[in-house]
Design a protein around this ligand. Structure first.
Ligand code: ANZ
Length: 945
């Protein structure tokens, strides 16, 4: 019986699929456990060994939980809308649905090869109409909802309409547009339908509004803040500019506080929580209103409202600064300053918000000529504009306190604005400032001598008394733009009547993506759906009809934007609970049984995108009674990345000569990535392989390779694993050569799950040899060796210490240490020549989450007819670890002379008798009779005299 891993892999993968071994039941007596992976985007490049890392970890956990008697939901699917398939469609004309289906096939084959225990009967694909029907449905629910600040919860918009009609909006405390106006019931009832709809858009949780967006000309679409990295698009690294456009947005800002509070209730990593906290960016302070002093009698009275986190510094305000885009700038600027101000605004418009935030060195601004009045001292304060003040944060205006704020100080210095010091004689060093209880407030009427906290409270109280300000909390979190000018995304279930968006009734969903000739924007600059000729909504027939029929009476144009990539991924975890339901996104029964994800494993790059949006949608669905819990994942772990070890050849610049690494140092060379498959374990290049690689055509055919010691050595460097760096290792190759279990074990063995670690294929032989040794423990050329022999004490000890360690490891997600524990166990049992079924059967169960194929095979060889996944996890019994004997040091007058192993339960008298009778004792005593024999059971024996 030999270990034929390829055969074993195929046999058991087929068995699991045919028997639906890992199908989860919705109505089970067993306790539930939901293990989720972040579903992949099926790209054309397929999987590399970095991708399955998290999947292997979660699979081990899922299998472990099954052994423990849980009904485990461990699903997988595809986040299958997205840019690459669309870009490919633009280049080749092939429909993204076809590309996507092909890529999914490859992914599925690759995933299957690794032996994951997914319940494939629950697969979801976000680009499937039966799935996106419900994404559209959730969008409609958001449109039909508003957020009540008093109750801190979302409600149906129909309730709000009733309030508007009954008493206007004076008592409504809603999260709504800044410019929402107050109206009475009579006014509301006198508004036209369109006017009412316009007002309601200011309250809906998803709304259409003109917003400043991040526009990426190269991709032809807007991007969300989290899709921009270092000022350029995350995909492709293209330039991003600010642009005003009418877009769908999600009022996620309504949930800012709850998103923050909710973090306290979930077991997610600290770093991830911290990213979300920073992204939400809560600041507690006050808003203060300053009156602008009129220059001429007929100037409109103006007020500037600022947001400050330091109302206690109000007596240190020596000027004010508005963002250049602030709406008051043109109104208050004096004729003398007009030219300078306008020139400055023009100059600053070219700088992106990110540049403005990042650049703290360049100080620029202009004086408006206007003055505001200090709310307490009534002193005139000059009003400036400066681009360090951002239009989109707070009120877009600040009260500048040079003696308290560095940027204000720099600005005042630069423009020679007088700097009064309210902190005179007070230590305002950074340490003193950060010590919030230190008394730092001075030179003010009512704040004198108070500490920071008291002064802040008192300042807010005084502002409120004077009616010039109030306590205010600000969040950095902005509403999220929700439309994309792309083809391959969910269509909105929206048509337009007189410019106002209307929802298509839920019973007519899904609204399927229309066919288009071209996937590019139209010539008039409309999104790709503008190319569709059958893209109008017939309100009589309730179906999509030809654009020719649009009459704006019964047939209307449909929305041309599509939803962003994060739409489908914001709720997919709920769909897995009941994936084929055609009446609801999931039944209440299924939702109440599975509730939430118990363990979610995925990449930390989704911290402020997917993981924030999903929490938002979950809270919304909870508010409206559609889901039973308001956090979707109890525990979350970020797996680290597997890095590739890139290889380089060194080309002399301008030539076709390549120098071996050791010779390249003092040459003018350029390192070029080469495929790692041409490199052996000694970093030597297979020159012929490279020359014949068709991907590079003639590139290397005539190249000259300058060798050192007869070989060409490549340079190596650890980088992110990526196709473009030619350092990817394909799991298919590993599985073919070593088997799926070796791949699984090795990925875990590389190091702690959360860490970044380089891949090195050469290292896999270690775990592979371990599996061969494991096999040999059970079988040899003559067949199975396992028998009914009673377990020895040593073997029981090995088994039980392994159970203990592996169980602890799995529960602490320390999978790498389990692998070494298995190695130790197999070594010990091999040395002990263990063949006992009582030891080797439970050992298989322990290993099966990690190496399920070999475990299943040996399990069936042992005579079992059901999958090993149904076996109970072995119970740890501490009594086997208790030592039964002690190796006593035997001393003579305090000097240890020899050791003697005696049973631990031997009585004091018996120990003394046995030691005294021992020949070595006789040898030491040489006939003498000792004065005293001291016996400390379990410790020592000392013979005195
Ligand atoms: C007076 C003051 C005195 C301030 C002082 C700070 C220190 P966070 O914590 O980020 O919320 N600010 C307000 N709006 C701004 C905007 N649109 N662009 C740039 N800066 C803005 O910071 C809030 C503080 O940043 C506010 O408190 C305000 O300056 C400034 F010793 O007001 B402070």
């Amino acid at each position: 019986m030999t270990y034929n891993f390829n055969e074993i892999d195929a046999k058991w993968q087929k068995y699991w699929a045919e028997n639906q071994t890992f199908k989860a039941e919705n109505n089970s007596e067993k306790p539930k456990y939901y293990v989720l992976d972040m579903f992949p985007y099926p790209s054309g490049a397929g999987l590399h060994v970095g991708h399955p890392l998290g999947y292997i970890a979660s699979d081990i956990y899922a299998r472990y939980k099954r052994h423990q008697g849980f009904n485990v939901l461990h699903p997988q699917g595809y986040d299958s809308f997205g840019l690459p398939a669309e870009q490919y469609a633009i280049q080749t004309g092939q429909h993204p649905a076809i590309t996507t289906a092909e890529n999914i096939k490859t992914y599925r084959r690759q995933l299957d090869q690794i032996g994951f225990s997914f319940d494939w009967s629950r697969e979801v694909r976000t680009s499937d109409p039966s799935y996106y029907k419900w994404t559209q449905w959730i969008f409609i629910q958001l449109f039909e909802s508003w957020y009540c600040k008093r109750e801190n919860k979302a409600f149906a918009i129909s309730d709000l309409i009733k309030v508007f009609a009954g008493e206007g909006n004076k008592n409504v405390e809603a999260v709504c547009a800044d410019n929402a106006e107050v109206f009475t019931a009579e006014e509301w009832n006198s508004y036209s339908k369109k006017e009412q709809e316009e007002i309601l858009l200011q309250y809906r949780l998803t709304y259409l509004a003109e917003t400043e967006v991040n526009w990426c000309p190269a991709l032809g679409t807007v991007l969300a803040n989290d899709e921009i990295v270092n000022g350029v698009s995350e995909r492709g690294g293209h330039t991003v500019v600010r642009k005003k456009m009418t877009q769908w947005s999600m009022r996620i800002s309504a949930y800012a506080e709850r998103l923050l509070q909710g973090l306290e209730t979930i077991d997610w990593t600290d770093s991830l929580k911290e990213s979300q906290r920073n992204w939400i960016g809560k600041s507690v302070g006050a808003s203060v209103t300053f009156n602008v002093l009129p220059i001429t009698n007929n100037q409109k009275p103006a007020t500037i409202s600022v947001f400050t986190t330091r109302p206690d510094t109000i007596f240190g305000v020596s000027f004010m600064t508005l963002a250049p885009e602030h709406e008051l700038v043109s109104q208050i600027t004096t004729p003398e300053q007009k030219e300078e101000v306008e020139a400055y605004i023009l100059a600053t418009a070219k700088r992106s918000e990110r540049d403005r935030m990042a650049d703290v060195k360049t100080i620029s601004g202009a004086f408006t000529g206007a003055y505001a009045e200090h709310p307490f001292t009534k002193e005139p304060i000059p009003v400036w504009i400066g681009d360090y003040v951002l239009a989109g944060y707070g009120t877009g205006a600040v009260m500048s306190v040079p003696c308290g704020d560095q940027r204000d100080y720099d600005f005042a210095k630069h423009f020679n604005i007088p700097i009064p010091n309210i902190f005179e004689g007070v230590d305002i060093s950074e340490e003193a400032f950060s010590d919030k209880d230190k008394t730092v407030i001075a030179n003010s009427d009512f704040l004198n001598g108070m500490n920071y906290k008291k002064a802040t409270k008192r300042a807010i109280y005084e502002l409120e008394q004077f009616g010039v300000g109030e306590g205010k909390t600000n969040y950095r979190l902005r509403d999220a733009v929700f439309s994309r000018q792309r083809y391959w995304g969910e269509p909105f279930p929206v048509y337009y009547v007189d410019g106002m968006p209307q929802m298509i009734a839920a019973e007519h969903l899904p609204i399927r993506l229309p066919e288009v000739e071209k996937y590019l924007p139209t010539e008039t600059g409309e999104p790709p759906l503008g190319n569709a000729t059958v893209w109008a909504w017939d309100t009589n027939k309730n179906e999509v009809v030809s654009n020719d029929l649009v009459d704006n009476e019964t047939v209307y144009p449909l929305e041309l934007n599509t939803m962003p990539g994060w739409a489908g991924s914001s709720w997919y975890f709920n769909r897995y609970m009941d994936p084929t339901n055609t009446d609801e996104f999931a039944s209440q029964e299924a939702l109440n049984y599975w509730k939430d994800v118990d363990l979610y494993i995925g990449g930390s790059e989704h911290a402020t995108g997917h993981l924030l949006y999903s929490r938002f949608w979950q809270k919304f669905l909870f508010d409206r009674g559609f889901v039973p819990v308001d956090e979707f994942a109890k525990k979350l772990i970020n797996q680290g990345m597997i890095l590739g070890t890139s290889a380089f050849v060194y080309r002399e610049v301008g030539t076709n000569i390549y120098y071996s690494a050791g010779l390249a140092k003092d040459k003018n060379v350029q390192p070029i990535h080469v495929k790692v498959k041409y490199i052996n374990a000694s970093d030597e290049l297979d020159i012929e392989g490279l020359k014949n690689d068709s991907e590079f055509g003639e590139d290397y055919k005539d190249a000259e390779f300058i060798l050192e010691n007869g070989v060409y050595k490549v340079g190596r460097d650890v980088e992110k694993m990526s196709k473009s760096k030619y350092n990817v290792v394909n799991p298919d190759d590993i599985v073919a050569e070593y088997g799926a279990d070796s791949l699984r074990l090795y990925e875990m063995f590389l190091g702690p799950l959360e860490q970044y670690k380089p891949w090195n294929t050469a290292g896999i032989t270690g775990v592979h040899n371990f599996l061969k040794k494991l096999w040999k423990l059970y079988a040899d050329d003559n067949g199975l060796k396992v028998n009914d022999a009673p377990a020895t004490k040593d073997a029981l000890k090995t088994l039980h210490k392994t159970i203990k360690k592996v169980q602890e490891d799995i529960e602490n997600f320390s999978f790498n240490t389990s692998v070494s524990t298995f190695m130790i166990a197999v070594n010990e049992l091999s040395t002990q020549k263990c063949t006992s079924k009582d030891i080797l059967e439970p050992l298989l169960v322990l290993i099966s989450p990690y190496a399920p194929h070999i475990a299943e095979e040996l399990w069936s060889q042992l005579g079992y007819e059901t999958s090993i996944s149904t076996a109970a996890f072995p119970e740890f019994d501490a009594s086997h670890l208790v030592e039964s004997a002690k190796n006593y040091p035997i001393s003579f007058n305090g000097k240890m002379r020899f050791t003697l192993e005696l049973p631990l339960d031997m009585s004091k008298e018996d120990i003394e008798k046995t030691v005294m009778a021992h020949e070595k004792t006789q040898e030491q005593l040489q006939g003498r009779t000792p004065k005293k024999v001291i016996v400390v059971p379990g410790k020592i024996v000392n013979i005195v005299g």
